[in-house]
Design a protein around this ligand. Structure first.
Ligand code: PEP
Length: 257
């Protein structure tokens, strides 16, 4: 049986100054123990402006907390005003970057080609992309969630080799469950996460499919995480709102208790 270490990643979205970020990291550092880090990888994804502060806190206290960014430029460097490159994020010690979050797809018109380019920019800098896929309510009502998400996976993984794909993280985030308080059922999460894993086996091979961590995201809380984590193909969670509450995020990381 594959041994995928669960990953709990907190997407802070556009919240918190760099000082508030330090306070939040300190509260997580107090709440999370050695045994927690042995059981799960824990990561936070602050806004760009707080990453350096998070790095400083993590380094100073030798925390096992991982961190990353919420977006990355598809370009390497140059005249791209406002963009942040993968190399810049790597220099700050980022382990992860979300690409294709539904809020980026919706508000910044990111399509599968852009998501693919950003994923490859991350990989080129040894940062693991957390590739986000998920269907909206209309697609879900029509029963099209699996086809929709697999098309997004196909698009995001173009020209990514099996060797590169092994380390990927894919997050299934049904748009109707993000920030709405309406969590998918564990069965809903498993349906799509299982289909994504099967697709990875088709696109690459069974070894890659066994290694890739597939997360669920959408209104995850301490009270609903255990049922979701009990599913065979769910290897962790991408947590938005609840990741800003250190007590709640620690509970999510301790879903086994
Ligand atoms: C997200 O935006 O990645 C997310 C899962 O948000 P929330 O947990 O707030 O639904």
């Amino acid at each position: 049986t594959p041994s995928r270490k669960p990953l709990m990643a907190g997407n802070w979205k556009m919240n918190g100054s760099h000082l508030e970020a330090i306070a939040l990291v300190q509260k997580l550092a107090f709440g999370l123990k050695e045994a927690d880090y042995e059981a799960v990888d824990v990561a936070v994804l602050p806004p760009f402006t707080a990453i350096r502060s998070v790095q400083t806190s993590v380094d100073a206290d030798r925390l096992q907390l991982l961190y990353g960014a919420q977006d990355v430029s598809q370009h390497a460097s140059g005249a791209y005003t406002g963009e942040v490159s993968g190399a810049m994020l790597a220099k700050l010690g980022c382990s992860f970057v979300t690409v294709g979050h539904s809020e980026r797809r919706q508000y910044h018109s990111e399509d599968d080609a852009t998501v693919n380019a950003k994923a490859r920019a991350a990989i080129a800098n040894e940062i693991v992309p957390i590739v986000c896929v998920g269907e909206g309510l209309e697609v879900r009502k029509a029963g099209g969630q699996v086809a929709h998400c697999l098309a997004q996976v196909d698009g995001a993984l173009e020209k990514i080799t099996a060797e590169q794909a092994r380390t990927l993280v894919i997050a299934y985030e049904p748009v109707w469950a993000i920030g709405t308080g309406e969590v998918a059922t564990p069965q809903d999460a498993q349906e799509v996460c299982g289909a994504v894993r099967t697709r990875l086996a088709e696109l690459y091979d069974g070894g890659v499919a066994d290694q890739v961590r597939i997360l669920y995201g959408g209104s995850v809380k301490g009270a609903n995480i255990a049922g979701i984590m009990a599913q065979a193909d769910v290897d962790g969670a991408l947590v938005g709102g609840a990741s800003l509450d250190p007590g709640e995020f620690v509970k999510i990381c301790r879903y086994r208790d």
